[in-house]
Every structure is written in structure tokens, then in C-alpha cells.
Design a protein around this ligand. Sequence first.
Ligand SMILES: Nc1ncnc2c1ncn2[C@@H]1O[C@H](COP(=O)(O)OP(=O)(O)O)[C@@H](O)[C@H]1O
Ligand SMILES: [Mg+2]
Length: 216
Amino acid sequence: MYKLTRGVLVSVEGIDGSGKSTLTRTLAERLSQSLPTLLTKEPGDTPLGQQIRTLVQEKKVAICPKAEYLLFAADRAQHFDQVIIPALKKNILVISDRLADSSLAYQGFGRGLDCTMINTINTWAMNERYPDVTLYIKVSPDVAYERIIKRQEALTSFEQEKKTFMLNVLKGFESIFKERSNVLYISGEQNPEDVLQDAHTQLIQWLITHYFLSTL
Ligand SMILES: Nc1ncnc2c1ncn2[C@@H]1O[C@H](COP(=O)(O)OP(=O)(O)O)[C@@H](O)[C@H]1O
Ligand SMILES: [Mg+2]
């Protein structure tokens, strides 16, 4: 049996339909059997964030790319202030379904906004508390698109974008993550049970190696 030595922030990233919400739900459930675990998401994990989520996903009014990014940044600031930082102070393992890297990939690489500016504002919004480790679920845009259509839920504004947009987002994730040493790659094209097993094994190993977990 293991215990956490301190709070740990885990982000789960990937394109729409890659299986983030499915994995974060099952992974948080499994981890919570032995560790204090909190599942959160961006956008929309706080009362303010829920209103922002509706604004950016439904786009009932025009939102220019800079305003769109700043809405995500506002959600992020509230999320870190109200949820993430208090949980980390209590030595909880926090799993977030998307985090700052989604803004870099979608608003930076997808919409063409300046990535340096996004990085600066993200850092400020997060109080410099970057994720300790990122699980990147990799799937091809075709597989992701088929799943989104099959899911039979109303498509968000991002899911209605042209295929080239999602290809740019995918290239964005690849380019951001190849520079990092704290990214665990998960193939999202396995069945959901194997995705969970793969993510769980890699994450526990990473936490042990980096002294976030010690034996009881
Ligand atoms: N590994 C998988 N294999 C097949 N279908 C999956 C897998 N993971 C998720 N799905 C299904 O694909 C759809 C999109 O998954 P979801 O978790 O909502 O993705 P995301 O949160 O990344 O947009 C859902 O209908 C989900 O049930
Ligand atoms: Mg989701």
C-alpha cells in the first residue's frame, strides 16, 4: 500500500473524442479506492466556470479568438483559486480533464494566437502551479470524429470546427509535449478498459519514481 507524500496535479489532455472524460472518470474512481483523489475539469468546475463553459461551448454570441482565450483563462484562474490550489494544500491527488495545454493547442495552434502570450497568462492564472504530470491520450482525428458523432450529444462549438482545425490542434499537442519530460503517452485507440489499465500503471509508476508515493 502507498500513501501520497504531497499534493499532485495530473492533467489529462487530447483532442475532442479522444476519451478524456471516460478515462478521468474511471481513473479517479480507481485511484480513490486507495488515495485521496479529486476529479475536476476545465472549463466548468466552479460556478463561474459553468457559466463560461456554456458561453464558449454554445457560442450563441460572437466571440473573437482573444476573447475566447481570455474566457478560458478566467475559468482557469477561478479553478486554481477555488478548487485546485486548496486541494493540493490538503495533499490530494487532483486529476483535471483538460488544463492549460488545451489553451495552447486550441487557441494557440488551432486559432493562431501568440503562444508566448498564452503561456504568460496561463502561468499567471495558475499561480505558477503547473501540472506535475500529463496523461496525453493519442487518437487519430478520424477515430475521434466517429466517436463524437456516435456519442449522440449536441456538438460543442469546437466539435463543429472544420477538420483542419482539429489537425492543427493535434499538431499543437504533439509539438508542445515533445519538449516535455513529464508527459505519459496513452494510446486512446485501445478499448476503454485497456486505456484505463495503461494510464493507471504508467501514472503509479511515475508517482513512485518521482517520490510522490511512499510505502505505508
Ligand atoms: N477507448 C475507447 N474506445 C471506444 N470508444 C470510446 C473510448 N473512450 C471513449 N469512448 C467513447 O467515445 C466518445 C467520446 O469519449 P469522451 O470520453 O467523451 O471523449 P473526450 O472527453 O475526450 O471528448 C464517448 O461516447 C465515449 O463513450
Ligand atoms: Mg470530455
